[in-house]
Structure formats: C-alpha cells, structure tokens
Ligand binder design. Structure first.
Ligand code: TXA
Ligand code: MG
Length: 343
C-alpha cells in the first residue's frame, strides 16, 4: 500500500491533510495520527474489518483490546452501558486528556475491539489534530500505539514511518508528542477502582477523586504470560528495543564504576542529562534526573536511538518512581523484561 506522509500541525492550515485522514477512516482504512501521549494507529472502531487491519499492521495478539478515542461525552456515552458518577467526576476533571477509563461496553462496540471482554477502554485525547480527525470522520477511532507490538511506542512521525510505512493510508506528522508515554488507564468496572497503567495523570491526582484507588500489582511487577490479568497488555513483552535492557538501581557514579569492570563491545548507558560524560562507555540521556515529565517525553525516543547506534546491551539508570516517574519506571522495567540489578 502506498502511504501518504502529510504534515498536520494546525487544524486550519493543514485542513486538507486532516480531511484525507478522516476520509480514510470513513473508508475503513488505517491511519497514523498524533495524540498528546504517543502516536496511534487508528481506524473506525465500529467497523470490525477496519479494526482487524490494526491488529494485522501491528502484529498485535488478538486477546489484547484497544482504546477507543472519542471527541465528546455523547460519543463516549454511546460506547458504554453506564457512565457512573466516578467516571463523570474524572471526565469533568481530566477530559480531554491522557486518561483512559474502562467500563462495561455497549452493544455497538464490536467484539474484536474488546478482545471479547465485556468492557471497553475509552479516552478523549486533547491533541487538536486527533480531535479534529474524530470529529470529521464522525466515529470513535480505535487506536493503539503505532508501533509494531513489543517495540517502543512512537513519539514522532519518524518512529511511525519506521514501523508503519506501507501498512496504512496516511501518516500525519505533527512533530514530537508532548507527553511521550501512553495514557493512564483506570478500570471502574468493579466496586474498587483499579489503576492498570500509570501515565501522565498520576495516582495522587486520581486519588483526589477516587480515594480508594488500588494500583494493580502488574504495574510494577512481572506478570506471567499464561496468567489471568486485569489488563491483557500487562502480560506481553513491551517497549523493547532490539538491544537487551538492564535497569540499574544506583546513582550515576556507582554505575560508572561498575561499567569500568563490566563493559563489553556494544554496551551503552542510558542515564540522565549531564551524566553522559562520567560514563566509561557511550551514553544517551533520557531527560533530567529531577524531572519525570522530561524523562517521559524522551524515554521511547532514547530506546529507539540506541537501536540505531547498534547497542547490544543498555544499562539504564532507574528513574524515581513517584508521580509521573511511576509511568516512566513501568515502561522502562518492561522494556528490560524485568531484568534489573542493584549496585
Ligand atoms: O495514550 C494512549 O493510550 C495511546 C494513544 C494512541 O491514545 N494508546 C495506547 O493504546 O497506548 P495501546 O493499545 O498501546 O494500549 C492499550 C492498553 C493495553 O495495555 C490494553 O491491554 C489495555 O489498554 N486495555 C484496553 N482495553 C482494555 C479493557 N477493556 N480491559 C483492560 N485493559 C484494556
Ligand atoms: Mg502500545
């Protein structure tokens, strides 16, 4: 398939590109669209054949359900059985934005979207281009991250071109994503609300509205592939570059010392800004030590860059786990397949 790569920075100036993307969605095709978190590969969520194409393009396991993107409350209501009060409170505070809410699904949601679960994940993105595509296509858009399953999520159009060129009708290029890690996912299906995936909206922020929020143990811990999990995405290999990642619990000096004895050809360090110089091997940074948001923004790009540099092993300093740092840690530890060392 020929893939059109079109700039889409502005709703008015790039209106023609948005029209082409919306028309492709209406026609049952896949597109790559920007969101404030990461780029998504999207299609009409109500058209099961269109959704099938997403699974094929990503090589995504069929039992891993998708997030539906809406442009307003009415569209959201059409996809779920009941927007309870907690959902409405969270929507009022965080919508549009990087918060995905799981509720019981309505009958218009095709089985394939939800991997046959009786629930559905929905969010309203705050990215102007994403919202405009949903509005102009008039349907909810199912959109997982636009990477091949298992690879780091794409945070710029270049990443999407690497993974999706030739597989989608259009790739919209809107520059770098502002947030850089995927949305926070919360399930309101059972009596106790559960955080299934940490993101830019933090546990602390959510607890203001949902004081009894539980953090699923899969957020920080390894989940076996054959076990029953609250969110199917938890059990798969994720965010992994070709190189082997090891998460290192230490400070920069300790890592530098360790690497003097340990280093082999193909080793790289993944550290914080300004720490590259003290490493005895080549190093790449993923943001500032004291700034989790800057780490979220840079992590996936840094992992992809390390593959380009032919890294074989990546020794990555662990981020702090508080606030947005929990999302950064959650992605990094998965990219490492839970391989970690303490120095
Ligand atoms: O920020 C985001 O959420 C991005 C952008 C493109 O919007 N999308 C995204 O989608 O990250 P994806 O498919 O890469 O991740 C969706 C996650 C998966 O871990 C999946 O298992 C989980 O949400 N999920 C989706 N529907 C679910 C459901 N009904 N029950 C439990 N988990 C669900
Ligand atoms: Mg993903």
């Amino acid at each position: 398939m020929e893939t059109k790569i079109l700039k889409a920075y502005d709703v008015i100036n790039d209106s023609a590109a948005i029209d082409i993307a919306a028309a492709a969605v209406k026609n049952g095709e896949c597109i790559v669209l920007p969101t404030e978190t990461v780029y998504g590969i999207g299609a009409n969520a109500l058209d099961k054949n269109a959704v099938k194409k997403i699974f094929a393009a990503k090589h995504r396991p069929a039992d891993n359900p998708l997030i539906l993107h809406v442009s307003g409350v009415q569209m959201w209501e059409s996809l779920v059985q009941n927007l309870n009060n907690t959902a409405r409170d969270l929507m009022e505070k965080f919508m549009p934005g990087p918060l995905t809410i799981i509720l019981k699904r309505s009958s218009i949601v095709p089985d394939i979207v939800s991997a046959a679960l009786d629930t559905v994940a929905v969010r309203m993105p705050s990215h102007k281009i994403a919202l405009e595509i949903i509005k102009r296509s008039g349907v909810p858009i199912a959109a997982p991250s636009a990477n091949i399953s298992g690879k780091p999520s794409p945070t710029c159009a270049g990443h999407c071109i690497e993974d999706m060129c030739g597989k989608v009708k259009v790739i919209l290029d809107s520059g770098k994503c502002g947030i850089g890690v995927e949305s926070t996912v919360i399930s309101l299906v059972n009596e106790n609300p559960v955080l299934l995936r940490p993101g830019y909206i933090t546990v602390q922020q959510l607890r203001e509205f949902v004081p009894d929020l539980i953090v699923d143990k899969g957020v920080e811990n390894h989940v076996e592939e054959n076990s029953a999990v609250s969110s199917p995405g938890m059990k798969y290999k994720h965010y992994s570059p070709d190189a082997q990642v090891v998460v290192v619990h230490a400070n920069a000096q300790e890592l530098a010392q360790y690497l003097v004895g340990e280093k082999k050809t193909g080793d790289f360090a993944l550290v914080f800004e300004g720490q590259e110089e003290i490493m005895p091997i080549k190093a790449v940074n993923y943001g500032r030590y004291d700034d989790s948001a800057s780490q979220a923004k840079k992590l996936f790009a840094a992992l992809r860059k390390l593959d380009k540099l032919n890294a074989k092993r990546i020794f990555a300093l662990s981020p702090k786990k508080d606030g947005i740092g929990l999302a950064v840690y959650n992605r990094l530890i998965r990219s490492a397949g839970f391989r970690e060392i303490w120095l």
